[in-house]
Design a protein around this ligand. Structure first.
Ligand code: 5RP
Length: 222
């Protein structure tokens, strides 16, 4: 079975999980990426079951609107009942690396603000130790060189994501070779660097439930 079919299955499993809980007042937080795009496609068929969504990126907002799903500002609604998003890596403690699509800051805000964070992945994203995937760090543009030097001091090897500007008008440094064996400590240390908006480690606020699509079906991890 292809990776896309797995992504689709993980998305379907998360949707089946939330449907019994939804009311006409429910707000959903929606992440960014190809796995979430499968989720949005399935969610659109159930759009009468909930009030609307808050998007973690302009791309997701656009896609939701195209499917006729009302999109709200986070400040205008009650806390989302569920936040559904993919990940670039996930460990057994449901700590994640996210931000491959560059939407990490809004994703982290939605994960923090929502009642329950459901993460949907295919089995290629499961790892024992985070960090083979370079860690995305969103940085205020004028701080790029300074933050880069500080990341080197932490043992990393930052690479400027050329030609990419986040929805917040910032740049991304993708950091290779960091020691992420203690994810909470690493997340906090990187966020302490002046000029960093946030980094793609989701360890202080990990997922609450992981849906992993495998060749044997979808496994859930709590
Ligand atoms: C975007 C993300 C995505 O969730 C992550 O990159 C996974 O994407 P995909 O579902 O396309 O594999 O964090 O910023």
């Amino acid at each position: 079975m292809s990776q896309d079919s797995h992504k689709q299955e993980a998305a379907r499993a998360a949707l089946d999980h939330i449907l019994p809980d939804l009311t006409s007042r429910s707000i959903l937080g929606i992440g960014t990426g190809s796995t979430v795009n499968f989720f949005i496609e399935a969610l659109a068929k159930e759009k009468d079951q909930f009030e609307g969504a808050v998007a973690s990126s302009e791309a997701t907002a656009e896609r939701l609107k195209q499917h006729g799903i009302p999109v709200y500002e986070l400040n205008a609604v009650e806390p989302p009942r569920f936040y559904i998003d993919g990940a670039d890596e996930a460990n057994k403690r449901l700590e994640l690396i996210k931000g491959g699509g560059g939407a990490l800051t809004r994703e982290k805000i939605l994960a923090a603000a929502s009642e329950t964070f459901l993460c949907i992945v295919d089995e290629t994203k499961e790892v024992d130790i985070l960090g083979a995937f370079p860690l995305p760090v969103e940085v205020i543009p004028m701080a790029r060189s300074y933050v880069g030097r500080e990341l080197v001091r932490l043992g990393g090897d930052p690479e400027y994501r050329s030609g990419f500007v986040t929805d917040n008008g910032n740049i991304i440094l993708d950091v290779h070779h960091l020691d992420l064996s203690r994810p909470i400590k690493a997340e906090e240390a990187i966020n302490q660097i002046t000029g960093v908006v946030t980094n793609g480690l989701f360890a202080r606020r990990p997922a609450d439930k992981l849906f992993v699509a495998t060749s044997q079906g979808v496994r859930t991890v709590n």
